[in-house]
Design a protein around this ligand. Structure first.
Ligand code: NAP
Length: 334
């Protein structure tokens, strides 16, 4: 089968299209004929191996010290069930599914094995995809949606609360904005100027261009700040929180982790720093939200698998507003 492969860490040029062995499903696995996947920040970060220093070494050992242990990237997919292992129930060949593949990656290929047993390392969750979505649309939901649901649930967002999403135009952000709206919050979305129209389009009540306005100094306070930007000011964000506000840091610096422990002990404000896993229940919630029209996919561009390196370069450019989709055949009509 064809796959986008990286054999060394580096720039988008390290991505090559190769013929690799088609995976064989184990007893608990489903073999999916992948129709669409995404190139997300997580793929670009893994390819270039640009991670915060405190996190660099353990992750490098897990992902391959000298060269990538799992040479096919791609953490989420949508496609058709091709075959099922003997212990799998509830799926049959031909079913349309979407899945979060997990840290083992592997979705930038014509076929991938996934498992609905969330305890299995590197393979996460799979379920039937939303009936009202194309493969390309469904492929954009699992990772960003799982993360957004996980953190917004921890923050216990309530109707009428003020929620600010910093970095709202990215994979997690576009879903966080929509899910916070679904919870009944009034949502402020912060990102670069060219993404603000799209963010209004998915329901943001207020938008802020981070290049011209520092939300921490704009005089407004929030019940929840969902921060997806590594460089953010911890003290600035904390100052922009209401007394019982919750500050979610998706990508914390080491110092922020230490400060979060102190804040949580000494203040009425709560700081949430965690790794978000991917759960089957959340994938089901995402499907239900999509079918009810509460969330929709925000696709910036589609690239065929052959142009995976170009898709990576586009993600690296930071110009995208929403997801960059890789299709295994010709792109579906919009
Ligand atoms: N804790 C966890 O379990 C977990 C799981 C997954 C991901 N993460 C982390 O969460 C972060 C976000 O993930 P993602 O996939 O949503 O990233 P993403 O798609 O790259 O989105 C980040 C967004 O932030 C914008 N941005 C950059 N600088 C900004 C600033 N100063 N102020 C406001 N917005 C700014 C970017 O726009 P530009 O185009 O202007 O750059 C982009 O739209 C990543 O760092 C990732 O490592 C954590």
């Amino acid at each position: 089968m064809r796959a986008a492969v990286y054999r060394e860490y580096g720039s988008p040029d390290v991505i090559r299209i190769e013929d690799v062995e088609k995976p064989t499903p184990e007893d608990h696995q489903i073999l999916v004929r992948v129709r669409a996947s995404t190139v997300g920040t997580w793929d670009a970060e893994a390819r270039s191996f640009s991670f915060p220093l405190w996190f660099w070494l353990p992750l490098r050992l897990a992902m391959g010290a000298r060269r990538p242990r799992w040479p096919v990237l791609g953490q989420e997919l949508a496609g058709d069930v091709e075959a099922v292992g003997k212990d799998v129930t509830g799926f049959a060949p031909g079913d349309r599914v979407f899945a979060a593949v997990g840290l083992g990656f592997g979705a930038h290929a014509e076929y991938a094995c996934v498992s609905s047993r969330s305890a299995v390392p590197h393979v996460r969750s799979v379920t039937h995809m939303p009936a009202n979505m194309s493969y390309a649309e469904a492929a954009t939901l699992p990772v960003g949606g799982d993360n957004a649901l996980h953190f917004l649930r921890l923050a216990e967002v309530r109707p009428g609360e003020q929620v600010l999403v910093n970095g709202a135009g990215g994979n997690i952000g576009v879903l966080a904005v929509q899910i916070a709206k679904h919870y009944g919050a009034e949502v402020t979305a912060v990102d670069s100027a060219e993404k603000l129209d799209a963010l209004r389009g998915i329901g943001a009540d207020h938008v802020i261009d981070y290049a011209t306005t520092d939300f921490t100094r704009a005089g407004k306070t929030y019940d929840v700040i969902f921060d997806l930007v590594f460089q953010s000011s911890y003290s600035g964000a904390l100052a922009a929180l209401n007394p019982k506000g919750r500050y979610i840091i998706a990508n914390p610096r080491f110092l922020s982790l230490l400060r979060a422990r102190f804040t949580n002990r000494t203040s009425t404000k709560t700081v949430i720093t965690q790794f978000a896993g991917s759960k089957l229940e959340d994938l089901v919630v995402l499907r239900e939200l999509a079918e009810a029209g509460e969330i929709r996919a925000a696709i910036d561009r589609q690239f065929p698998l052959e142009k995976a390196a170009e898709a990576h370069a586009y993600v690296d450019s930071g110009r995208r507003a929403g997801a960059v989709v890789l299709t295994m055949e010709d792109p579906e009509p919009a």
